[in-house]
Design a protein around this ligand. Structure first.
Ligand SMILES: [Ca+2]
Length: 324
């Protein structure tokens, strides 16, 4: 973007955000005047881990150190995690696994100034130059411009100095890496001290992650996440395009296509589900996925991400997760 275009886009953003959230324009102006467009953020956004095949993605998140740290984390915070599980229905191992994948259990909450991250992606989103990707890149830039606006609203509502906040290169914050809009919509005050603090207060963190899944993901208490499937000799490749999974199959429907659970599962016949294929180290892996798998994809739409979270949760719980 040329300087003049940037100035015009920024002026429009300031006007809109000021009106939308009742924040003085001068206050927004001062923050943006101190914001920087950072090349390191543009580079990081251009190579996400989710694009790797499952066989290369899995070892990043399911290495022994992360599993051991997860077990220690669960042991140290069992009662507090259990309270969140009881209230929201989301297993404590899933909450712990999310924190393990997102930030290594709080060890790496991100070191980028959140204002810079969102400002960079809102006004200098990386462009491939490929005309087929133009509409997608425009949508992403608009998404980050909205998140930057929501960050100003969050600062006003939570009495935060947003210029002091650190996070990921994409502007995700705290133990669970909430974007500003999710922070505003789904964060809850777990310990009842009147503040929603996703940076320092673990009761708030646990309750907020669980609430996110319960509200946005429509998590079903006691539901299945995913089970291994076996491909029969007569099966055709199962086509399941796109990112988000669509639960438009049943066990009987999959059986008719010659895919079956590797171990018997007890389900109501109409239970919605679908099949996904992962490119594993030993060849294709077939998995039947359910509502609570889809719920995890509301946190990050990648199937690899959801699978890693589930398998980490199983390993933290001391089960195999049929992780292979
Ligand atoms: Ca609190």
């Amino acid at each position: 973007m040329h300087i003049r275009e940037l100035d015009a886009a920024r002026a429009e953003f300031i006007r809109n955000t000021s009106q939308r959230f009742g924040i003085p324009a001068a206050q927004i102006e001062v923050v943006l005047a101190g914001a920087q467009i950072r090349d390191s953020i543009i580079k990081a956004m251009s190579r996400p881990a989710e694009a790797k095949p499952w066989r290369d993605y899995r070892p990043i998140f399911l290495q022994p150190a992360r599993i051991d740290a997860g077990r220690a984390f669960l042991a140290a915070h069992r009662e507090d995690l259990q309270r969140a599980e009881d209230k929201y229905g989301v297993p404590k191992e899933i909450i712990a696994a999310i924190l393990g994948v997102e930030t290594g259990y709080g060890g790496n909450k991100g070191s980028y100034p959140v204002v810079d991250a969102l400002y960079t992606l809102a006004f200098a989103y990386p462009r491939s130059g490929d005309p087929a990707k133009l509409a997608y890149e425009d949508r992403r830039e608009a998404f980050f411009r909205d998140e930057l606006a929501q960050l100003f609203a969050l600062g006003k509502e939570e009495h935060l100095d947003i210029t002091s906040l650190k996070g990921s290169y994409a502007g995700a914050m705290g133990w669970g890496q909430f974007m500003p809009s999710s922070y505003r919509q789904f964060a809850v005050d777990g310990d009842g001290d009147g503040k929603r603090d996703l940076f320092n207060d673990l009761d708030d963190v646990f309750a907020s992650v669980a609430n996110y899944f319960a509200q946005k993901g429509q998590w079903q208490r006691g539901g299945l996440v995913m089970v291994r499937a076996v491909r029969g000799a007569d099966a055709q490749d199962f086509v399941n395009p796109g990112n988000a999974v669509t639960l438009d199959q049943t066990l009987a429907g999959l059986a008719a296509l010659d895919y079956r659970p590797a171990s018997p599962v007890t389900l109501a016949p109409a239970t919605p589900l679908t099949l996904i294929t992962l490119d594993g180290a030993a060849g294709p892996e077939y998995w039947i996925v359910f509502n609570d798998f889809k719920a995890i994809t509301t946190y990050n739409i990648s199937r690899h991400y959801a699978t890693a979270v589930y398998q980490l949760s199983e390993l933290i719980a001391g089960r195999s997760g049929d992780a292979g």
